[in-house]
Every structure is written in structure tokens, then in C-alpha cells.
Design a protein around this ligand. Structure first.
Ligand SMILES: [Zn+2]
Length: 254
């Protein structure tokens, strides 16, 4: 027993002595509101005051927000990443991303990526096409969260392609600029999906796996850290950023 304890302490010490992992975090948000749409999913909304405090903190820490298109430009040799890049993403396409999140974001001179479920657009509590167009004009990257938000790994190949392709084509034919990024519903992905995404001209896809991203990370398996409704304010937010670091460090070992 004692030996196990000592071994554990030594391993922990080694872990913390390892160099800090490289890479930047991608944060995964959903709603920014005091009142969640579905009270059963309480954890998926960050209250506006908390959100503003999180952006204040990121700014104070010297982070610069970028979009995933910015990231891919650098991957392809055009330009450089800022000193401390960070990507803010919002899944599902809730109306409060326009009415509440965007003004807070712009007050901080920050940008974001918003992933929409195309068959929900225009429904109650969801974004409209006009709002998406306005967001794009204001520098927000719009991405696809598929047509119906079904976990893609549970579908056959044809259905997978439909969910990926239809959402992109719908947005582009509705007058939005090219859609380059996808967020996997429920974070469910596998290597076969990457092939479809490439064929359908997507450049990036985000998962729900915690970690940090570098220019060498597979752009179809980008790591994200989920920002839930905090019970412990900024301390919890800092912990979630730390979690991304922790998992990146673990991946460097294994
Ligand atoms: Zn979702």
C-alpha cells in the first residue's frame, strides 16, 4: 500500500514537472442566458454576467480570439497565429447568441464561431437566416451542426453525407458565405466522417474531447473544452481552461 502511495506521488510530481503543453483552447458554449430553454439541461446555459466576466478574464490574460478560418489560413501558411489564440464556439444556434451573446462579444472586440442545426433555423428560440447573415457580416464564422443534430456515428453512410452536405448547401444557397467548419452533434465522430467532410469541402470539425490544438492537430478532430453553467464563478472557468491543459499534457505522454 505504502509503495503504491509513493509511486503515485512520484508520478504526480513528474507530471507537474513536465513542460507546459503547446496549443490553444477552443471553448464550447451553448446558450448565453439566465433562463435555459430546457430546464433539464440547466448546465448548457452560461448567464450573461458570467459570460462577460469570462471574456474580461480572457482579455486580462492576453488572449486573442480567432475563428477557425483564421486558424486554417495559418495552417496553409498564410499569416501567423496571435500570441495567445483562443476560439469561442457556440453550438445549436440559439437566438440568444444574437440578442445576448453578440453584443457582449463585440463590447470586448472579440469574435466567435456559431454552429447551427439547419432544420431548427427560424424556429422559436433559434437563430434566423437573417441573423446569421448579419453575424457573418460582423465577423462571426458560421458553421454547420448538421441538418438535424443526430449523432453521426449512429447513421449509415448516406444519411451521414446528407446531414453534412445538406446543412452546408442549405446555408450557402440561402446567401451565406462558404461554410468551412462542422461541429459533431453530441461530439460523436470517427475517422470515416473525416473522409466525407473532406469530400464535401469542409476544412475543420470540432469534437467534445478536452485538449489543446496546434498546427499539427488533425483539423477534423479539434479538441474543445466544454464551458457549462458555472456553480463556482470564474474559479470554475479557470479550472476548465486548466482541464484543457491537463488533457493536452496527458496526450503528450501517451
Ligand atoms: Zn449540439
Amino acid at each position: 500500500m505504502r509503495l503504491i502511495g509513493v509511486a503515485f506521488l512520484i508520478l504526480t510530481a513528474i507530471f507537474f514537472l513536465l513542460p507546459e503543453p503547446e496549443g490553444f483552447p477552443i471553448l464550447e458554449y451553448h446558450q448565453v442566458t439566465d433562463e435555459p430553454l430546457d430546464p433539464d439541461f440547466e448546465v448548457y446555459n452560461v448567464p450573461p454576467a458570467e459570460f462577460a466576466a469570462q471574456l474580461d478574464y480572457l482579455q486580462a490574460q492576453g488572449y486573442t480570439t480567432i475563428t477557425l478560418q483564421d486558424f486554417m489560413r495559418v495552417v496553409h501558411g498564410k499569416g501567423e497565429l496571435p500570441d495567445k489564440p483562443i476560439v469561442l464556439t457556440f453550438d445549436d444556434g440559439y437566438a440568444d447568441n444574437y440578442s445576448t451573446m453578440l453584443p457582449i462579444l463585440e463590447a470586448h472586440n472579440m469574435t466567435a464561431v456559431v454552429y447551427v442545426i439547419t432544420n431548427e433555423l427560424g424556429k422559436k428560440n433559434y437563430l434566423t437566416l437573417e441573423q446569421l447573415k448579419d453575424m457573418q457580416r460582423r465577423g462571426i464564422e458560421i458553421g454547420s451542426h448538421t441538418a438535424d443534430h443526430l449523432p453521426l456515428t449512429s447513421l449509415d453512410k448516406n444519411a451521414q453525407r446528407y446531414q453534412i452536405r445538406d446543412s452546408k448547401i442549405f446555408l450557402e444557397w440561402s446567401g451565406l458565405q462558404t461554410i468551412y467548419s462542422l461541429s459533431y452533434p453530441n461530439g460523436a465522430f470517427n475517422p470515416e466522417l473525416e473522409e466525407i467532410l473532406r469530400e464535401e469541402n469542409f476544412l475543420t470539425a470540432v469534437t467534445g474531447e478536452a485538449g489543446l490544438n496546434t498546427l499539427a492537430t488533425n483539423p477534423y478532430e479539434l479538441y474543445r473544452v466544454h464551458i457549462r453553467k458555472p456553480r463556482f464563478g470564474l474559479t470554475e472557468f479557470k479550472f476548465r481552461l486548466w482541464k484543457a491543459n491537463f488533457f493536452a499534457k496527458l496526450r503528450n505522454i501517451f
